[in-house]
Design a protein around this ligand. Sequence first.
Ligand SMILES: *[C@@H]1O[C@H](CO)[C@@H](O)[C@H](O)[C@H]1NC(C)=O
Ligand SMILES: *[C@@H]1O[C@H](CO)[C@@H](O)[C@H](O)[C@H]1NC(C)=O
Ligand SMILES: *[C@@H]1O[C@H](CO)[C@@H](O)[C@H](O)[C@H]1NC(C)=O
Ligand SMILES: *[C@@H]1O[C@H](CO)[C@@H](O)[C@H](O)[C@H]1NC(C)=O
Ligand SMILES: *[C@@H]1O[C@H](CO)[C@@H](O)[C@H](O)[C@H]1NC(C)=O
Ligand SMILES: [Zn+2]
Length: 947
Amino acid sequence: MAAGIIVSKTLAAATVVMTLSAVGGIISMAIVYQMAIDVNPPTRPPVTTTPEPIPTGPPPNLRLPRNVVPEKYTIILRPHLYTTVTNVTNQTFLFSGNSTVIFRCLNKTKSIFLHSKTELNVRDPVLTRLDKEESLKVKLKVNDSTVSETDFLEVQLTDEDAALEPNGTYSLFTNFSGELLNDLAGFYSSAYELKETSEERYLAASQMQATDARKVFPCFDEPDMKAVFHLTILHRVGTKALSNWPKEDSTGYVVEIDGEKWIYTEFKPTDKMSTYLVAFAVSEFDKKSSPTHDRDITVWARPEAINAGHADYAANITPAILDFYQNEFNLRYPVSKLDQIALPDLAPTAMENWGLITYRESSLLYVQGVSSTFNLYDITIVIAHELAHQWFGNLVTMSWWNELWLNEGFATFMSYQGMKHAQPKWASEDLFVINEVQNAFQVDALASSHPLSSSEDEVQTVDQINELFDSVTYSKGAAVLRMLSYRVGEAKFKTGIRTYLKALQYGNADQSDLWTHMQQAYDEKGDEIKAFMSTWTNQAGFPVVTVDTNTGYMYQQKFLLNPLTNQSDPESVLNDVNFSDVSFSVLIVERSELKSDKWVLVNLNCVGYYRVNYNLENWERLITQLQTDHQAIPAINRGQLIDDAFNLARAGYLDVAMALNTTQYLINETQYIPWQSALNNLNFFLLMFDRSEVYGPMQVTVSMLVTSHFHPLWSQLGLLNLLVLPFLHRYAQLEAISMACRLGYKDCIEMAQDMFTQWTTNGTIHPNLQSNIYCHAIAAGGEEEWEFVWKAYLSSTIATERDKLRYGLSCTKHIWLLNRYLQYTLDATKIRKMDVVSTISSIAGNVAGQALAWDFIRAHWKHFSNEFGEEIGFLGHLIHWVTERFSTEYELQQLKQFQSDHTEESLGSASRAVEQAIERTQANILWVRENKDIVLDWFQSALETST
Ligand SMILES: *[C@@H]1O[C@H](CO)[C@@H](O)[C@H](O)[C@H]1NC(C)=O
Ligand SMILES: *[C@@H]1O[C@H](CO)[C@@H](O)[C@H](O)[C@H]1NC(C)=O
Ligand SMILES: *[C@@H]1O[C@H](CO)[C@@H](O)[C@H](O)[C@H]1NC(C)=O
Ligand SMILES: *[C@@H]1O[C@H](CO)[C@@H](O)[C@H](O)[C@H]1NC(C)=O
Ligand SMILES: *[C@@H]1O[C@H](CO)[C@@H](O)[C@H](O)[C@H]1NC(C)=O
Ligand SMILES: [Zn+2]
């Protein structure tokens, strides 16, 4: 390994300044931008009430007024559903309940605003002044057309001269009822089948984030309106109820209501927390306890799954990760128990509800012999993510959704450290760069990206909130935190985090709090942390740093995938933004200056959130180095060189042939990260060209590249390696197999067909290979193979297995089978609601299914926007994946037509995704037009040299 020389901050900054003046005007642009902010400070929501006269009517924006603050909710909920249905039960998908919320009045007012969805039927309000034991007459005002968009429920005092008085403590009682639909939102129902008897079982569970607590009980449904929740659940005999906090000791007894028996389960009052974290579940599930720990750590799942040991892995790794965080943050996990439950239906992958974390089965249950290496990784990283949220999010919560990145960026960043602790051999740093940094670059390279932190005003509606759950918030959030941790140093970063969590526990934070604590940990007197970080969090996008080793100059520009978006918006002051300190980590192998006739590499280990371009001579020197001795460059940077080169080429900063040249050394590469970077980018070439004449030579060249190195794989001995190789090598091999089969490499297809045949006659397939084998055997086969896998899918009760079979089904080349499969996504008994988006996406990923999937979602858009409009991320992902291959004028016109056919409202949370799809399509059209011939030439000559 070459020794890294970290250029001191001063030197780096000096280089930038010199360069900036050299290119002229960039510094002043940055100042202009700063001035624009000073002149037009972001407006805060107007203050809602003045003492005289006493205000009435809804607040002027979509936020609750702050004239009352909740302190404690006492809630009783009664889900009426039966978990087992027999001929004497009458299944009802209803819940009812009542709630008493105690709140304090801060400012005199005649009405109380809280949240309640119109589908929640709220009745019988009783308002009492507690300190005077006086009751006040009130009426409810709901369904007002201006109010319904806000989900506000207004409780008005009806007596002429009555008002809530400052410092008064009040309680508001309401009765309510609602439906337990299988809609994955609020309090919902879910069903599963018993493998043995095929009997159906039901359960009720909750998913509140972001704004569905208001669908279950009337509440002040904003993250900073924290309160104590004292929950009781009345549930049918034979069922178990779980919630955030443990049960009261004296509870769990049977009561009779209207001649029916119910169990009364009361939970201990929670600590102060946000409404979106409230959770409960009523089911017939069994449990697997973790080994002894000072907290009761338990995994809950279907009894069949528990008995078969599917919860064992999760139960075993959870205590270690929890303890790691407790030490790392120097704060105890405050609840005396931690339940994790695997639900057959859940909208997100997992949800961090305090003390009761919910997961999709595929993200919690590890099944020996069925789950793959990928599944093992998913389960580990997801558990680590949700456990990190118990501090970042649950204990310290963002003040408002505009700073969601504080929750999600931290949980994502920390999850790699938690994972590293549980699985020290997995090279979590490499995985971080591939899965977070490179992933964030993809979306953040679009002009339609958004800053990590925007103003509160820009995030008001439910759609605006839901849209924030994207890879910028998660992956870029994590990437800039990693950059910060290197910037201040690991030890000081840890100190900063500890004081931040301790000072703000049970409260809310915004990013300035984080800067303050980091600053104190770093250097009490300075102010550089805020200055450094806010350029990364308050602006969308990231820079490309161009290094010229001939002159020693270095300068930055905003990186845009589609350079034309620059010109289309000449007004934008963001074009030449100044991101701080882009150069603080530079690896210079031979000399300590940028001006060099040896190669220079900037952004060591990809710590900085930016791409790097070089003068052509330096690119050539780097490529020569890769070809002669690639080990001289760290693996992360080998991957980054490939990813940067390809993306620079996509955006027109670099010749595409140069990017392709970075892959030639891969024949000698065994590491995961460079391979994955190359495969991700070659995948883009496949998407762009798999319908054109470039495909032929590309197919041969790429499959030679992939198979020449991994050829031993196709021998029996090679396949055994899948079990014993180090984790990341296994990953790389699997990706290589997948690519080889996809490119139609004969040996690979034959292997798939052989193994498939063995499987249909009672053989088994190694779990790591299953999805590839299903996919490629189905692609090469006909109806018979498809039907066989469909039946296996219907009869399997193991989520990870079902996922692999479901994916395999999307690979057929038969249009009529693909159409049938698309139709199945409209039927929840065939494809569960939570799986619809990924099913359609994988059909669209199949070159034969692309156009069908796009036609299908347009034809059924109304259905999708009704069904998934409020599900976080569903519509956005659907648009993203279905349009991924778009690269023609015709497709662009269709996309624009689609946008204009729909209002902002019917696009809902997909509006930004449509915007981004249009931009990406435009960039693709341009790129294909300019590069097709060059790419064709490159692959043709690669073919000639190799034969
Ligand atoms: C319910 O079904 C069971 C078994 O199928 C049968 O023995 C019983 O008589 C049925 N009861 C009623 C009320 O129909
Ligand atoms: C089920 O409910 C319906 C409607 O409420 C009622 O007519 C019927 O008698 C009930 N059946 C049983 C078995 O309780
Ligand atoms: C709230 O509901 C529970 C269960 O149905 C009931 O026992 C209790 O009396 C109700 N509270 C009030 C004040 O009505
Ligand atoms: C409301 O009350 C709080 C605390 O008592 C006070 O700080 C604030 O200024 C008041 N707001 C208005 C509009 O009177
Ligand atoms: C409210 O209570 C605080 C202390 O609890 C007191 O300082 C303040 O004067 C009170 N305000 C009113 C309007 O009574
Ligand atoms: Zn999260």
